[in-house]
Write a protein that binds this ligand. Structure first.
Ligand code: HEM
Length: 444
């Protein structure tokens, strides 16, 4: 262990802090090659200034191991100010220490194997409904449709919204809310942040209405909202209404934004690689799949799992994660000062050619049993983060991707329409600039 004095004599990482206050935030948000350019210039540890804070960016499996194993000692949760305010002070993503551990244990119950299996029938039903609905227009801009579908899945299965109009209303406000999550936190009627803050108030009102309705039911339910309502702390007290509202908002946000992005990447990459669709259909035939799923059958679909992993590797929905440095430390002979932010990098880790040869290529076979490239280095495949703050909804996310992927490939054909911009907008999560325009039809 290096003494504090020696540590202070270590240099800060290379890089620049940019303009006063704003730092490099504008390029971080607007330039999709921000990380790549700086990595090429400064290497895998560099400094910048984001969202009002000096920040050290840490790239690669070793850096991920360092950060994940020191969560709660050198690092604690933090988000840019806009995200922090919009998610609310009692959101799991913001909580730390003991409070984080106990709440996480509680919320994780909604994603245990038994709960996950319980979501399957409802998920299949909703998936069929949306796939059928998309048959009629034949040509559509798919991304907004996928977002509506995903929001319906998250709100129906996790918090039990019941009517189409209720879900559609929530989904609409959520769009504006998500638009401000990573923005400059200036609250004016026309700023992204100001609009998102007003959406937060509307969302909380609606969630409160749902909670009150639920409290009047005699039979407790076992979905995520049911668990939050039944939860007791060590002293036997229930969670406050304000905390339940913040946690529900987080589940809805985390549960649909990232998944919409990964579903759209799945559809895009498969349209560009029809040979992968053929192999998925062969796997379904070999397993005797005729239209109705069981958890056992999903587990046997190993090629489908490889495809999903490769989608999440190549276009990770979450590009990285922020932490606040609570105790000065060192990494790679650079000092990381207390009070700064640290940002670990998922997208860049997944592009490491020493783990993934030809990293830009979409190649699901890299996850096959005889290649297992992701196992070359610990923390080299981290679409869901890692350590104490690893995604709590991972199993739910994998189930959605498997169910959607299976039924889409089994029953439908889709092709990309010409003359569209497929470049990815990356904030808050990757999506094709023109919204993924496709021709969609039922298989003959
Ligand atoms: C945290 C990715 C889906 C709920 C995270 C983190 C990542 C991530 C990378 C860690 C962030 C950090 O290190 O600070 C993803 C991806 C998803 C997905 C790629 C879909 C493909 C979901 C779903 C839910 C969910 C479906 C819930 C329904 C959460 C929550 C946290 C989290 C509550 C905070 C955990 C904590 O701070 O302890 N997710 N997620 N996520 N995710 Fe997900």
């Amino acid at each position: 262990m290096t003494s504090n004095e020696t540590r202070r004599s270590l240099p800060l990482p290379p890089g620049k802090l940019g303009l006063p206050l704003v730092g490099e935030t504008v390029s971080f948000l607007r330039d999709r090659d921000f990380q790549k350019k700086r990595r090429e210039k400064y290497g895998t540890v560099y400094k910048t200034h984001l969202f009002g804070q000096p920040t050290v960016v840490l790239i690669g499996s070793e850096a991920n191991r360092f950060l994940f194993t020191h969560d709660n000692s050198y690092f604690t949760a933090t988000w840019p100010e806009s995200t922090r305010i919009l998610l609310g002070p009692q959101s799991l993503a913001i909580q730390s220490g003991n409070e984080h551990t106990t709440r996480r244990r509680l919320m994780a119950q909604a994603f245990l194997p038994k709960a996950i299996a319980g979501y399957l029938p409802g998920m299949e039903q909703l998936t069929h409904r949306y796939l059928k609905q998309w048959e009629t227009p034949r040509e559509m801009t798919w991304y907004p449709e996928l977002r509506t579908y995903m929001f319906d899945i998250a709100s129906t299965l996790l918090i039990g919204t019941e009517t189409g109009s209720e879900t559609a209303y929530l989904g609409q406000i959520f769009k504006t809310f998500c638009g401000g999550l990573f923005s400059i936190p200036i609250n004016l009627p026309w700023t992204q942040f100001g609009k998102a803050l007003r959406s937060r108030t509307l969302l909380l009102e609606k969630v409160e209405e749902l909670v009150r309705r639920r409290q009047q039911e005699t039979e407790p339910r076992t979905d995520a909202l049911g668990l939050l309502l039944a939860a007791k702390d060590e002293q036997g007290n229930g969670l406050t209404l304000d905390e339940i509202k913040d946690q529900v908002l987080l589940l809805l946000f985390a549960g649909h934004e990232t998944l919409t992005s990964s579903l759209s990447s799945f559809c895009l990459l498969l349209a560009q690689h029809p040979q992968v669709i053929t192999k998925l259909r062969e796997e379904q035939e070999q397993l005797g799949f005729t239209g109705s799923l069981t958890m056992e059958m999903l587990k046997e679909m190993t090629y489908l799992e490889q495809v999903i992993k490769e989608v999440l590797r190549l276009i990770p929905p979450v590009g990285g994660g922020f932490r606040r440095v609570v105790k000065s430390c060192e990494f790679s002979d650079y000092q990381i000062p207390e009070g700064w932010m640290a940002l670990y990098q998922i997208t860049q880790t997944h592009q490491d050619s020493s783990i993934y040869p030809n990293p830009k290529e979409f190649d699901p076979d890299r996850f096959s049993l005889n290649r297992t490239e992701e196992k070359q280095k610990a923390f080299g495949f981290i679409p869901f983060g890692g350590g104490a703050r690893e995604c709590v909804g991972k199993a739910f996310a994998m189930l959605v991707l498997r169910v959607f992927g299976t039924h889409l490939v089994h029953g439908y054909d889709w092709e990309l329409l010409p003359d569209q911009n497929l470049e990815l907008v990356t904030v808050p999560t990757p999506s094709p600039r023109d919204g993924l325009r496709v021709k969609f039809s039922r298989r003959g």
